[in-house]
Design a binder for this molecule. Structure first.
Ligand SMILES: [Zn+2]
Length: 300
């Protein structure tokens, strides 16, 4: 086993399985508690501190897992295995204005701190309806790349064909909360990097998580407020955490890559880019606080 970011063989592994929820989404006739969960290894690179699962999700599995993401079918399947994930929680996530506002605040601060020129033409890679845009970015033209072809909001042009993306010269390209889901993050960085020129500034944001240092996206102890939040049913939360205690360590869920400042630096640096700024920030969301990792970079 080699680290998919730095290639090191200095890897620590923990045996676990693919989660019930993911198994149900990617296979037919899945039944929990029947030993059908595929065994996988959660790996930690002792050199660059990147953590990942050895099973790299295939294109077909990816299509099944993210088909109609957070739609009714997704919600029902997820609630079957994670009883706290009710319709109410799913709706709150889909309409998370607080999370969106917080994300814009973080991007605005890092851009304002480091860039003094106008970011006229911008692309949000994987940006759904284009709601992450705000005043400072894309002052002239705003694009979103999203293969789902979902309609974009006013002022943002949606593009669903990758080659069409090359018709524009971008000052700024951002990619939010995608790299934690990807089977091939190095290849994706090269792909996105190929869309820019020597002056293009890139921004990637991911959750700052590391299962090997106990840093999880939504730590339960850190978010005891969930218990007081009417969004959640306390009995369901308790049932879920009891079930989780009986499960193997961190079954593979939607996040298959876990970044740290060090591993993100390595990823960006070894792909021919230089880091302009990298930082960790806390963003509030409807589910509580999450620590995110933001990196701003350009071609070397
Ligand atoms: Zn590594």
């Amino acid at each position: 086993m080699k680290c998919i970011i730095c290639g090191s063989e200095n890897i620590e592994t923990v045996d676990t399985v693919i989660s019930d929820f993911v198994m149900d989404r990617i296979t037919d006739d899945f039944r929990p508690d029947c030993g059908m969960n595929r065994p996988v290894k959660l790996c930690f690179c002792r050199d660059c501190t990147f953590a990942f699962y050895d099973h790299r999700i295939t294109d077909e599995e990816c299509d099944r897992l993210y088909d109609k993401y957070r739609g009714p079918e997704y919600q029902k399947t997820r609630e079957k295995h994670e009883c706290w994930y009710t319709e109410k929680v799913n709706r709150a996530l889909n309409e998370d204005e607080l999370g969106l506002r917080e994300q814009k605040r973080v991007i605005n601060e890092i851009v304002k701190k480091n860039m003094d020129h106008e970011l006229r033409v911008s692309l949000d890679y994987g940006g759904n309806e284009g709601r992450t845009y705000f005043k400072r970015i894309g002052t002239k033209e705003r694009y979103v790349f999203d293969i789902s072809g979902i309609p974009t909001i006013k002022g943002v042009k949606g593009i669903s064909d990758f080659d069409e993306l090359r018709e524009h010269e971008y000052d700024f390209i951002m990619c939010n909360h995608l790299f934690e889901h990807l089977a091939e993050p190095v290849e994706m960085l090269e792909r996105i990097g190929s869309l820019g020129n020597k002056d293009t500034v890139f921004y990637i944001e991911v959750p700052s998580e590391n299962p090997f240092t106990g840093r999880n996206k939504f730590s339960f102890t850190k978010n005891l407020r969930m218990l007081a939040d009417p969004l959640f049913n306390n009995i369901r939360l308790a049932t879920y955490y009891l079930k989780k205690r009986r499960s193997p360590f961190m079954p593979m869920n939607e996040h298959i890559n876990f970044y740290t400042v060090r591993s993100m630096r390595k990823l960006v640096g070894s792909s021919g880019f230089e880091v302009i700024d990298i930082e960790e920030n806390i963003e509030r969301t409807c589910l509580g606080e999450q620590t995110v990792l933001s990196v701003l970079f350009r071609r070397k």
